[in-house]
Ligand binder design. Sequence first.
Ligand SMILES: *Cc1c(COP(=O)(O)O)cnc(C)c1O
Length: 221
Amino acid sequence: MTNDPPTPLAAVRERIAAAARLARRDPAGVTLVAIGKTHPAEAMRPLLDAGQRAFGENRVQEAEGKWPALREDHPGVELHLVGQLQSNKAEAAVALFDAIHSVDRRSLVGAIGRAAVRTGRSPRCFVQVNIGDEPQKGGCALADLPALLDDARTAGLDVAGLMAVPPAGVEAAPYFALLARLARDHGLTGLSMGMSDDLEAAVMLGATHVRVGSALFGSRA
Ligand SMILES: *Cc1c(COP(=O)(O)O)cnc(C)c1O
């Protein structure tokens, strides 16, 4: 026996498990999405070797450069797009990603729908909500959510749930609770919320996907 400190991956998994225990939830109901953006392919390998399979990126081009080779060596990798997506990159995104967490406007719903037809792939989609009603932030306005969900379903998207990034510098829990309520109101079970600094609150409030970068890979340049 050694007293080596836990790896960052083990530490994050334990944080998720502890929050799930408190909330009387099965930790298996929470998918840890390891956000590798800005970090090179080599930084992914220790996590892959430890069995981590869900990874996220925020840029299509970066993911295209990084993941095809890693995927060949590690079957079962599941890729999540968590960054804003331009409609002209929708086809590339649909071809590469298994889930898209940033569906936030009608034009993008249309582009993803067409890309799905052309590629024969239908990634799980999370509709991103601008939960703090912030001017510069991605995500659809709360008032537009019902219509956007209708559009997404009509376009044949596989709508898994809702995603949000709460405002910085304030307590995140009320925003997580609001997102959870919106999901419930719309009959959606997927909740993509919680990052390195606030994943416990997110898990306790029902997150099904936490998106964790810096706690796993260190800070970004
Ligand atoms: C970068 C990013 C994350 C991870 O953030 P950390 O604070 O590094 O855990 C989660 N979600 C989105 C949308 C991101 O862009």
